[in-house]
Design a protein around this ligand. Structure first.
Ligand code: GDP
Ligand code: IMO
Ligand code: MG
Length: 456
């Protein structure tokens, strides 16, 4: 077999290389700044990204799909982003959806329409989509629902997924039956055949699955033309961004460390790597170009869906955090489960991600509490365990050792400087910093961009 590419293969390259690989113009290259969730999601990543996006040239998503829900509040207007990078509202910023993301095109356009009504303009000049990103079909979403029903019937519990088709799409990617944006950009007949084969495979596994393949293909043909001008070879795009003129590049993590497919509370996790490795594989960039890695954590803990949650408070404290913190999922509208801050998981997330600094959000929600607790260690049979348990049955059983702080009982929502925070709040923040061993760079005291105390 000849290893030379045929003329036909060559024609299929829609994006000829735009850079020569001989010598980068900017020898040291531009490093990317990364924002990652350090708990079970919804830590306030959108807000941190928005803050940094005002000074960024490019904001990238590298994994996940529209299971994410990122809130950004600007000039009292609230935006929620699911597939679009939160940088899309910054008119100076290019938004890039990388190869590691899974894209539901109807969901993407619904999100664009909704945000256009809120005043988003000119997005089509600022959005780039990798041709290697996998496509989420409507039937992936239907299968997500069927799998949840099956789990409930077989095991008496499901995962509590967002039913956005994330698991089935990443499963197709791993089993090499998935379809990518580059396939949609190429021969549509070929694409249709592969989609129909995939539908057949699913229907043999789930006989009750009803799919209108022709209807879905018709819609996809229209979406294909709408995204065609936005599609690029993502590897060349990122190479250019890193080695071209000096640029500030930001990566917006979706989901979070404890939902990571490898390191999270498996099987109650999502299906992508939401930790730092996902930045390299989801964008096609070398590890040497990872710069600052900012971990985002609430000043307490929340979780949506099922799974172990050692510091959960199924009592008045949990209810207060839920109501004061408006802890309702952005994507599914489900109530978030609430509990004390857990430093075992923050340390674990730091071991994997190597945070250079932490953003501690929602400190203001703790303002009314008489007493605040922080989980500092786990015990099994009265003995401290020196690691974060992999097995969910073990994690369910751990006893949490807490450190107790007296509350500051002062409204912090108008505070903008460290020195103006109540000493008891300062003490709480310093404790977290010292225990995790990572500096806290920002403290959040409200929803909007301005409500961030910058420490250094
Ligand atoms: P993400 O998924 O990590 O981007 O977070 P979500 O947007 O899902 O959830 C975070 C919620 O907390 C949103 O409603 C934010 O507007 C809100 N939020 C973020 N930071 C703060 C803060 O410091 N204080 C308060 N009160 N709300 C915040
Ligand atoms: P952001 O980016 C909170 C949770 C779901 C479910 C599990 C699997 O807004 O922080 P999936 O649909 O991904 O297969 O669901 O993961 N989950 C999230 N929880 N925030 C998120 O994203 C989440 N993304 C997924 O609730 O328990
Ligand atoms: Mg969220």
């Amino acid at each position: 077999m000849s290893l030379n590419r045929s003329a036909n293969d060559r024609k299929s390259f829609t994006n000829p290389p735009s850079v020569t690989l001989k010598r980068p113009r900017n020898d040291s290259g531009n490093k990317v700044t990364v924002v990652l969730g350090a708990q079970w999601g919804d830590e306030g990543k959108g807000k941190v990204v928005d803050l940094l996006a005002t000074e960024s040239d490019i904001v990238c998503r590298c994994q996940g799909g529209n299971n994410a829900g990122h809130t950004v509040v600007v000039n009292e207007k609230e935006y929620d982003f699911h597939l679009l990078p939160s940088g899309i509202i910054s008119t100076k910023c290019t938004s890039f959806i990388g190869n590691g993301v899974v894209i539901h095109l109807p969901g993407l356009f619904e999100e664009i329409d909704k945000n256009e009504k809120k005043g988003l303009k000119g997005w089509e000049k600022r959005l780039i989509i990798s041709d290697r990103a996998h496509i989420v079909f409507d039937f992936h979403q239907a299968v997500d629902g069927l799998q949840e029903t099956q789990r409930q019937a077989q095991e008496g519990k499901n995962i509590g997924t967002t039913k956005k088709g994330i698991g089935p799409t990443y499963a197709c990617k791993a089993s090499r039956t998935g379809l990518r944006i580059c396939d949609l950009m190429a021969d549509f007949n070929e694409f249709s055949t592969r989609v129909k084969n995939l539908v057949q495979q699913y229907q043999s596994m789930y006989p009750t699955l009803k799919v209108d393949a022709d209807g879905e293909l018709k819609k996809l043909k229209e979406y294909a033309e709408r995204i065609r001008p936005l599609v690029r070879d993502g590897v060349y795009f990122m190479y250019d961004a890193i080695h071209g003129a000096p640029k500030k590049i930001l990566v917006e993590g979706a989901n979070a460390a404890l939902l990571d497919i490898d390191f999270g509370t498996y099987p109650f996790v999502t299906s992508s790597n939401c930790t730092v490795g996902g930045v390299c594989t989801g964008l096609g960039i070398p590890p040497a170009y990872i710069g600052d890695v900012f971990g985002v954590s609430k000043a307490y803990t929340t979780r949506v869906g099922i799974g172990a949650f050692p510091t959960e408070q199924l009592n008045a404290v949990g209810e207060l955090l839920q109501t004061r913190g408006h802890e309702v999922g952005v994507t599914t509208g489900r109530k978030r489960r609430c509990g004390w801050l857990d430093l075992v998981i923050l340390k674990y997330a730091h071991m994997i991600n190597g945070f250079t600094a932490i953003a501690l959000t929602k400190l203001d929600i703790l303002d009314v509490l008489d007493e605040i607790k922080v989980g500092v260690a786990y015990k099994i049979n009265g003995k401290r365990v020196p690691y974060f348990p992999a097995n969910m049955d073990v994690l369910q059983e751990v006893e949490v050792e807490y450190e107790t702080f007296s509350g500051w009982k002062t409204d912090t929502s108008a505070v903008r400087k460290w020195n103006d925070l109540p000493p008891k709040a300062q003490n709480y923040i310093r404790f977290v910093e010292n225990h995790v061993g990572v500096p806290i760079k920002w403290v959040g005291v409200g929803k909007s961009r301005e409500c961030m105390i910058q420490m250094f």
